[in-house]
Design a protein around this ligand. Structure first.
Ligand SMILES: [Zn+2]
Length: 87
């Protein structure tokens, strides 16, 4: 048994499900779990990132994570059109 590691097998985080028969890989004192996204993509992800909701998909649903807010358009402001003066 692995001590100090939350057993996340079979748990769902957003679109990701930790593989039921998955074995966690321990790297740098973090557990990495094999997950399957609803889109069918397999990924090995850090358990703590799953638990705190930092990762909710393989990347196919990035909009869900609120990244969109940070990626607010910059430099895309529409310049107000110069109005012609009468005369
Ligand atoms: Zn996906």
């Amino acid at each position: 048994m692995l001590r100090g590691i939350h057993d996340l097998r079979g748990r769902r985080f957003g679109r990701l499900v930790v593989m039921v028969d998955g074995e966690p890989e321990v790297r740098n004192r973090n557990a990495y779990w094999p997950c399957v996204c609803d889109s069918g993509t397999r990924k090995v992800l850090r358990g703590c990132d799953l638990l705190r909701g930092a990762i909710v998909s393989c990347g196919c649903q990035r909009a869900d994570t609120g990244v969109r807010r940070n990626a607010a358009r910059k430099g895309c402001m529409i310049a107000p059109r110069a109005t012609k003066r009468d005369g």
